[in-house]
Ligand binder design. Structure first.
Ligand SMILES: NC(=O)c1ccc[n+]([C@@H]2O[C@H](COP(=O)([O-])OP(=O)(O)OC[C@H]3O[C@@H](n4cnc5c(N)ncnc54)[C@H](O)[C@@H]3O)[C@@H](O)[C@H]2O)c1
Length: 245
């Protein structure tokens, strides 16, 4: 399988490229693209890329959404969107594009986080009366806060408990019963830690996932690209890849 790698000069672009260069599942790169490219080896816009490819893998910036989806539709190429932080309007663009081409979308491509999400779903149903708080930690260059993964986990909890999601806390009002709190911590080179805690009067239960390297996100995105081969148009997620965990 040949991919177009969008956001090729970023941290994740480099990680995906390194994995491919090690021969991961026989995947090769048909073309690199990055808006900040100054060299001919890396295109600076998708529209200039006409080589044959089986998928576009995107780790860039959410503002690329419209161009990215337009390109995938125009060339009828499956698309893996690993980029996070899309606005409501950009999510609508993705949903519309998924009617024309297969799109895999996940704010976290890690298999471990897919399992974390499943465990959180079960724990939220079990500890539905607890005060549930999500804390996520990332490096100081991360653009979006809270992380897409923290939002995903909060939505999972909310669909189990019906609780309202509260972003950060500031001011004088105490915690309301049923709230699902999300806090974002930024510093250093932390690759991503997500912690979901269930606080009851007499016990506290915490589930933590720590990313030890960015390789797992790269592996997940390439696995998603392979998964999309031969699929009908639609919006696919980790649930389609792993089923009901
Ligand atoms: N889904 C996941 O598992 C996962 C894991 C890690 C990071 N991410 C997300 O992937 C994205 C990239 O992360 P990163 O750490 O590599 O960031 P980064 O800032 O290191 O790299 C982003 C790259 O994209 C390029 N870029 C920006 N706008 C572009 C555009 N319109 N078209 C093409 N290229 C463009 C930038 O020049 C840069 O080289 C972020 O949204 C991040 O949150 C997702």
């Amino acid at each position: 399988m040949k991919i177009i790698l969008n956001g090729a000069l970023g941290r994740m672009g480099e990680e995906v490229d390194n994995l491919i260069k090690k021969g991961y599942k026989g995947i090769t790169v048909a073309a690199y693209c990055d808006v900040s490219s100054l060299t001919p080896e890396v295109y600076n816009k998708l529209s200039a890329i006409t080589v044959e490819a089986d998928a576009v893998v995107d780790f860039s910036h959410h503002s690329a959404t419209e161009t990215l989806c337009g390109y995938a539709i125009a060339r009828n190429i499956p698309l893996v969107i690993a980029t996070t932080g899309q606005t409501g309007e950009e999510m609508t663009v993705i949903q519309t594009a998924a009617k024309a081409v297969p799109i895999f979308l996940s704010p976290n491509m890690s298999a471990g986080v897919a399992f974390l999400n499943a465990v959180v779903r079960k724990a939220a149903a079990f500890f539905s009366d607890a005060d549930i708080e999500i804390v996520e930690r990332h490096h100081n260059r991360k653009v979006d806060s809270p992380s897409g993964t923290a939002k995903l986990l909060a939505e999972t909890v909310s669909s189990a408990t019906g609780g309202e999601i509260v972003y950060g806390r500031n001011g004088l009002s105490p915690r309301k019963k049923g709230e699902i709190g999300i806090s974002a911590v930024r510093g250093g080179n932390v690759k991503g830690i997500h912690e979901v805690t269930f606080y009851s009067e007499n016990e506290t239960f915490t589930i933590t996932h720590s990313a030890e390297s960015r390789g797992m996100f790269a592996e997940g995105a390439l696995t998603a690209a392979l998964f999309l081969q031969g699929k009908k148009p639609g919006l696919y997620t980790m649930k389609d890849l792993f089923g009901d965990l």
